[in-house]
Design a protein around this ligand. Structure first.
Ligand code: FAD
Length: 430
């Protein structure tokens, strides 16, 4: 008989692993913790683009085995597909995914952390299956890598950009900074397209096939990566246009991808041989219409990551409505809050120590190829006053070292991690 409160964490990637580890750190042995994920490894998504443009297989370098990492903290792991949540009976339904044919199961919880990320909806884009490419998972990364490095790509123009994001109403009214808000964004996460535009131009240069003038980056919004702040993005765009990149804004959405290029809802067409696309980030179907979900299926929370109607339900990472843009770095900030909140709920932490609300900061380190990267630290999107951009070799070293440190420490980043990155990128690189 399980006598301790049972914390069930749905999802075992950045936000799921991070939440489970923080709950154990702060709540100690006061709770039982179980993580459910359909796959039994963590995928280090941010470093897939670098692997693609440097011809390495991300299946080899970007996966970390989950069960032994969780077992070190006494956290149970179930490999299963979550199919429904019943927040009134505090029950989650899932189907084990180890072998086909498994019978559906259910599991009860006292506290629930939803860290299931989102569905990247390539299937909503007409023509993507035949003509589109991307870098968001191992399959798509390797498909593009083979095109680039095994003769499929013939040296034509390249388009890089995002489909329109449909943000729900779940973060309305939240003010992370005095007078601030979580504004509506037309794209979920535009650091990756900026990174890919720079990296693909470097690939063209290094393989003697051209340079930035062959690359067009497009955005549904008035300004690409607007959540990083107008000042920072303005600087990046000035540098990019000086290098010869083409830029199309206000595209509104992707209508269709064809052999010839990308057709945008604004009526523009971008001619391209390669179409590297970031789709709409969509909530999982079973999350829609739940009493904890917003108008688009993202989980409603306050700035302590707790659902207002069901205070035993928390969310972290991309699944949370408040996580905008959909950045692992913001999810990381949320895991700490979830850990403290649950520790407080089971009597292992004071309210004073637990109740520091989310003040989201956009941290983004994007690979530019040729051992260079850009670094952004900004909170202006949410009402803060910081916008910092650095470019060069030190941010590149930080990007690579961050992953190495993450794997070496099995997801537990030292407290000095972000401070150290700030010091390196902002002081030493300047
Ligand atoms: C190309 C690219 C580059 C990026 N670069 C950066 C970057 O440099 N910095 C940054 O901060 N962010 C970056 N991001 C964003 C970052 O990857 C996400 O914000 C982050 O992965 C979100 O973490 P998460 O744990 O919330 O969700 P996910 O990483 O999506 O994890 C969700 C987990 O839930 C599991 N799951 C989903 N549905 C089910 C189900 N029904 N049943 C069981 N398990 C399920 C999945 O298997 C997965 O393990 C990038 C994204 C992309 C696509």
């Amino acid at each position: 008989m399980n006598t301790k409160p049972h914390v069930l964490v749905l999802g075992g990637n950045f936000a799921g692993l991070g939440s489970a580890q923080k709950i154990r750190e702060f709540a100690g042995d006061a709770v039982e913790i179980t993580v459910i994920d359909r796959k039994n490894y963590l995928l280090f998504v941010p470093n897939i683009p670098a692997d693609v443009f440097e011809n390495r297989d991300p299946a080899v370098g970007q996966r970390m085995d989950l069960p032994p990492v969780l077992a070190k903290d006494g956290i149970s792991f179930i490999q299963g597909e979550v199919t429904t949540l019943d927040v009134d009976s505090k029950t989650v339904h899932y189907t084990p995914t180890e072998r086909p044919g498994a019978a559906p199961q259910k599991i009860a919880y006292d506290y629930l952390v939803v860290a299931l990320g989102n569905r990247l909806a390539y299937d909503k884009i007409e023509g993507f299956d035949e003509y589109g490419d991307s870098v968001s998972d191992i399959y798509l990364g390797n498909k593009l890598r083979k095109k680039l490095w095994e003769g499929g790509y013939k040296g034509g123009p390249i388009a890089v950009g995002s489909a329109r994001f449909h943000q729900g109403d779940g973060a309305k009214g939240l003010a992370p900074y005095p007078g601030g808000s979580i504004p509506d964004a037309l794209a979920a996460c535009e650091g990756p397209p900026v990174e890919v535009m720079l990296s693909v131009a470097n690939y063209l240069k290094q393989t003697g096939q051209g340079g930035p003038d062959k690359v067009t980056v497009f955005t549904p919004a008035a300004l690409i990566a607007e959540d990083a702040g107008e000042g920072v993005v303005g600087q990046l765009l000035d540098i990019a246009s000086g290098m010869g990149f083409n830029y199309v804004n206000n595209g509104k959405d992707i209508t269709r991808i064809t052999a010839e290029g990308v057709e945008l809802a604004s009526g523009q067409t971008i001619e391209a041989e390669l179409k590297i696309i970031f789709p709409d980030w969509v909530a999982h179907d079973f999350m829609r219409g739940l009493p904890i979900s917003d108008s688009e299926g993202f989980v409603i929370t306050d700035l302590l990551m707790k659902n207002p109607k069901y205070p035993e339900v928390f969310a972290a990472g991309d699944a949370a409505a408040v996580t905008m843009p959909k950045l692992g770095a913001i999810g990381h900030q949320e895991c700490e809050i979830v850990g403290r909140q649950i520790a407080c709920a089971v009597g292992r932490m004071s309210e004073a120590a637990a109740n520091t609300p989310l003040e989201p900061v956009v941290y983004c380190i994007g690979d530019m190829g040729d051992n260079q990267a850009f670094y952004i630290r900004s909170n202006s999107w949410f009402g803060g006053d910081t916008q910092i951009l650095k470019m060069g070799h030190v941010p590149f070293l930080l990007k690579m070292q961050y992953k190495n440190l993450f794997f070496r420490n099995q997801g537990k980043m030292p407290d000095w991690g972000l401070d150290f990155s700030e010091l390196m990128a902002e002081k030493i690189a300047s």
